[in-house]
Write a protein that binds this ligand. Structure first.
Ligand code: DUR
Ligand code: ZN
Length: 145
């Protein structure tokens, strides 16, 4: 679901897209629905949801679903991602924070100084942090040069 192309998309608008994505979550085990909306530098939006599995470990988080869709499409430059999550039947009452695996995937494709992560609840509260703040001393492609 790539967007029409809005580089000027505000944080609030991107959070709204993450809330829409959350409705697609497949969560028969945790009943914890997460949605993500990833904005490329070219202004496209990639939506992602968490997709669980009976064997548990193959579960894919909402953030990685959004990234992998974008990478498949050839996107390589990213601006920010909004994440909204919470128990089924709620709006998502607390801020939802990306897990370590997702932060590491972001480290592969994003500039840690400039890429912004928006942690939101389903209501009106959010904070934004750089990838560097979320993953200090991260190991990425630059370390292999
Ligand atoms: O930022 C987060 C945190 C958790 N989850 C998923 C993984 C699992 O399906 C469920 C409970 O951990 O939430 C995400 O998708 N993103
Ligand atoms: Zn994750």
């Amino acid at each position: 679901m790539a967007g029409a192309g809005r580089e000027d998309m505000t944080d609030a608008e991107l959070i709204l897209e993450a809330k829409k994505a959350r409705k697609h979550a497949y969560v028969p085990y945790s009943h914890f629905q997460v949605g993500a909306a990833l904005l490329t530098k070219s202004g496209r939006i990639y939506h992602g949801c968490n997709i669980e599995n009976a064997a548990y470990t193959p579960t894919n988080c909402a953030e990685r679903t959004a990234f992998f869709k974008a990478i498949y499409d050839g996107e390589r430059e990213f601006d920010k991602i909004a994440v909204v999550g919470g128990a089924e039947g709620t709006d998502g009452d607390e801020l939802c924070s990306p897990c370590g695996v997702c932060r590491q995937v972001m480290m592969e494709f994003c500039d840690p100084e400039t890429f912004q992560i928006i942690l939101a609840n389903g209501k009106d509260k959010y904070i934004r942090r750089s990838l560097k703040e979320m993953l200090p001393f991260g190991f990425g492609p630059e370390n292999l040069k």
